[in-house]
Ligand binder design. Sequence first.
Ligand code: SME
Length: 165
Amino acid sequence: MAEAFNDKNLPTEKAQRYAAVAAEIAAVLDGELNLTARMATVASMLAASFDHYFWTGFYVVDPDKREELVVGPYQGTLGCLRIAFGRGVCGTAARSRQTQIVQDIEAFPDHIACDSRSKSEIVVPVVDADGRLIAVFDVDAEATGAFDQLDADWLERILQDTFAD
Ligand code: SME
């Protein structure tokens, strides 16, 4: 695998790194249908590719609860276990089905702090081939302003390719 992306590199290099890891994820998961295996692989490969990823993982929709997320495969320090729809950045992404980019978590009133080192965050809804919300994908960074539209575009594409196609 290529060397991890460093924040100081140009945006083009970040795009190139996303393109490379997207292709690697597709190749590794070819023929694998198990959802946990697919989520674990996406979290692992993305976390290993970018230095600015501090916490990387999924909160999955709990089929036994009404509008509640439960932690799924992740890389990083201990994450909180359950998040209600509408709560925090993850619950906001789940309810709105819109990607959330939070440049400074201090400025997000309902942010749920799992690790005080997290300073900025991106959360992308994950839908299946039938358009059902199955999870959200959450990445936290130790720096403020670590995520931009390029991260959003590539993560949306990778998650769409992996879980909806
Ligand atoms: N900060 C998230 C909670 C999950 S942790 O960051 C791993 C939120 O506000 O939804």
